[in-house]
Design a protein around this ligand. Sequence first.
Ligand SMILES: Cc1cc2nc3c(=O)[nH]c(=O)nc-3n(C[C@H](O)[C@H](O)[C@H](O)COP(=O)(O)OP(=O)(O)OC[C@H]3O[C@@H](n4cnc5c(N)ncnc54)[C@H](O)[C@@H]3O)c2cc1C
Length: 453
Amino acid sequence: MNRLTDAFPHIKVSDAPEDLICYGFDASGIEISPSAVVWPDTTEDVVKIMKYAYENTIPVVPRGAGTGMTAGAVPSSKGAIIISFEKMKRIIEIDPENLSALCEPGVINGKLQRELELMGLFYPPDPASLHFCTIGGNVAENAGGPRAIKYGVTRDYVMELEAVLPDGEVFMTGVKTAKGVVGYNLTGLFTGSEGTLAVVTKIRLKVLPLPEEVVTLLAIFPALESAGAAVSKIIASRILPRTLEFMDQETIRAVENFKPVGLPINAEAILLIELDGHPSAITKEAERIVALCQNLGADVQMAEDEHARNRLWTARRAVSPSLYHLKPTKINEDIVVPRNKVTEMLMRLRKISEESGITIVNFGHAGDGNIHVNIMVDKKDEQEYQKGLSLVEKIFQETLSLGGTISGEHGVGLTKKPYIGMELSKKEIEIMKAIKKVFDPKNILNPGKIFPE
Ligand SMILES: Cc1cc2nc3c(=O)[nH]c(=O)nc-3n(C[C@H](O)[C@H](O)[C@H](O)COP(=O)(O)OP(=O)(O)OC[C@H]3O[C@@H](n4cnc5c(N)ncnc54)[C@H](O)[C@@H]3O)c2cc1C
């Protein structure tokens, strides 16, 4: 610690036990304390920290808000330094003429959204954690959110990055322009690299004009199968809603027990559907969706005003914390299947849950085929916990057999690394490891992540 404060006296550093505990876990629930936490204020501070770590071969883990689900921001072993971006939270520029925004990595997603909306602009990626998570964390995880069905994920919006390489060199990649195809797409490679290739210090994001109007529908289904069928039928009817979110009965009940907003606890499933665009166009599309859901036996309600819409989204965003009231441990997966296989996957999950006797709660971005599968157990009950863990591989097998992928947005981190060989070929893993070596020959930046030993 003394060596750290001597090396960079103007940067805040701590090895206080309370800081080491608070910065040693994330939403995955995995805890491994670092040896110190540093809070840089500028890119130059990050350069100093990385040069020091490189010369002394000390592992460094970048950290946003710690809302990651796969322990990406948690050190993989003792001795690491955490770089927290809490002080680097400036929105540097919003440029309406070029439809872009330049910000530091510690900016909270929801804060950027609000600032843009005041100017009639729109940044679509909206992870359900948007009120807490950082843009730096979103870039590192290539985060998505409910609006990804229509607008895509973080990578679709990253125009340019400033990053510090593991040896302390500052590196710019990407373009300020709406298009650019010179050379390999390193900006795209850094986006989703889970803090293993470089430390991101500035981000230029593409933004859009704020849609004129939004319509929000709640479709209540008496049968799980019909909710799944509605997802496929809405997509096949060539309507592209901006959200198509799904909650099963366990999820609805968990939310109502935690933060009651009047969701229908006897429904087998609900869909939260939102359309945006020109009022006359979305009114017609909403009418078609209502008719389609009603034909499948659903009762459909429309949010009458902003307050009603916010109430529904508050419920949706309360899903994750509410599940801890069912069981203290959530083994959380975010599989994706082709959209027309959502019903089939939900049926297979139901079967796995019934056969194992372990509660599995499902919700998520059904319009993308992205189902958040939550295996609910108690870690203190070793037998139950191991049984829960054993279901992960089975669920991944079923996902892959339907043509899916084992993670749509949470990344690999520590929790999914034992499984990546189920999806990626040996050659792909070999190439990825070689890329890591090019950027980080000493393996000091977020080591032990993504790749199995
Ligand atoms: C309730 C809840 C709901 C969620 N909903 C969604 C959702 O809808 N969609 C979704 O995609 N995710 C979701 N998540 C997961 C999580 O919020 C996202 O992965 C988010 O992008 C993480 O941001 P963070 O700031 O918390 O990053 P952290 O958890 O702190 O870090 C995540 C990763 O980013 C790296 N990192 C952070 N900052 C930098 C940087 N400046 N440079 C390089 N690497 C960096 C870290 O090393 C780590 O590997 C949810 C999580 C919770 C708890």
